[in-house]
Design a binder for this molecule. Structure first.
Ligand SMILES: Nc1ncnc2c1ncn2[C@@H]1O[C@H](COP(=O)(O)OP(=O)(O)OP(=O)(O)O)[C@@H](O)[C@H]1O
Length: 297
């Protein structure tokens, strides 16, 4: 008897996404052992609808066809279910999928074929959940542009964004980690569960997504030259060695946002909270993926 699998499909994610029909044909070829039930998102109440569909279908695995937003929605909906989730990267960036070694659709089939299931941590931030990356002061526009550029466009990207970063003032944060306080001045303060952005920029090269810890990364490039050096370090994977970056590894952290800087969790803007408390939720999810180690290990 074939196993049942639920495919949650976001038809608007990504730019040149595959249509539902092509995906169903692909399942027949790539997942011959599975009977795949498809649920198409609408953009309205998807979180509760996915849970209803999950209870009806009772699948052994859930495939998520979409981008980071769809993955987050499904993870929140099925948080208590302990069912293996597998990302089929159809979004424009799919940063979280890349942290799990899923860069292309083919990688998802390979991970499923190898039955490569592992635990993944989440970070609880107030009532929210961070699976990938959260930050203060990181210009959302910049992330978008960063993630849209391919390798060839990177130099143009660096040139166009230098002035933006160069004009940014550092902001003040007060961190409490393991009972110790740290006054930090930074242009970017990142809370990282994953190790990389959708472009492959390695913000947290030694961070493991399943070690029961997360990283706080403060970046404070002062000149345009510093900024370019730091950007290149993110692609080489040696950001930790740069003089204007600082990294703490922890299970819990309190952050006071002294200058009322905007905060985002996994790409979702959260306003300007005065204080956030981030706490690890070890092995909160099970994902099907190809990579269990941090990219630099
Ligand atoms: N049928 C639909 N029509 C319109 N919007 C939808 C529909 N289904 C889901 N959405 C919306 O899609 C968004 C999530 O898209 P998602 O982040 O997965 O894709 P993306 O932006 O292409 O990828 P990435 O986050 O990787 O850049 C949510 O805002 C959700 O409300």
């Amino acid at each position: 008897m074939s196993k049942v699998c639920l495919f949650i499909y976001n038809p608007i994610s990504g730019e040149n996404s595959l249509d539902e029909e092509s995906l169903i044909e692909m399942f027949q070829v790539k997942l011959p052992l599975y009977q795949v039930e498809v649920f198409v998102t609408t953009g309205k109440d998807d979180e509760s609808k996915v849970k209803i569909e999950f209870d009806r279908v009772k699948p052994e695995m859930v495939l998520i066809g979409g981008g980071d937003g769809t993955v987050k929605m499904v993870a929140k909906s099925l948080r208590e279910e302990n069912v293996p989730l597998c990302i089929v990267p159809l979004g424009s960036a799919n940063g979280l999928a890349k942290c799990m070694g899923i860069h292309m659709i083919e990688d998802a089939w390979e991970a499923i074929r190898d039955h490569n299931i592992y635990d993944v941590d989440a970070i609880r931030i107030g009532d929210e959940l961070c699976l990938h990356l959260s930050d203060f002061g990181f210009n959302a526009n910049l992330v978008r542009r960063f993630e849209e550029k391919d390798g060839r466009g990177m130099l143009a990207y660096i040139q166009s964004s230098v002035s933006e970063i160069f004009n940014m003032e550092p902001h003040r944060y007060l961190l409490t980690i393991n009972g110790e306080s740290h006054k930090v001045s930074a242009k970017m303060l990142v809370i990282a569960n994953g190790d990389q952005y959708g472009t492959g920029a390695l913000i947290n090269c030694n961070g493991k997504i399943n070690d029961g810890k997360f990283e706080i990364i403060a970046l404070n490039p002062e000149s345009a030259k510093d900024y370019i050096r730091m950007t290149l370090a993110m692609f080489r994977g040696d950001l930790e060695e740069q003089k204007d970056s600082k990294i703490w590894r922890c299970e819990r952290c309190e952050i006071e946002n002294v200058d009322d800087i905007e905060f985002q969790i996994d790409g979702e803007v959260m306003g300007t909270p005065k204080k956030v408390i981030a706490e690890i939720e070890k092995h909160a999810f099970r994902f099907v993926g190809l990579k269990t180690k941090a990219v630099c290990q």
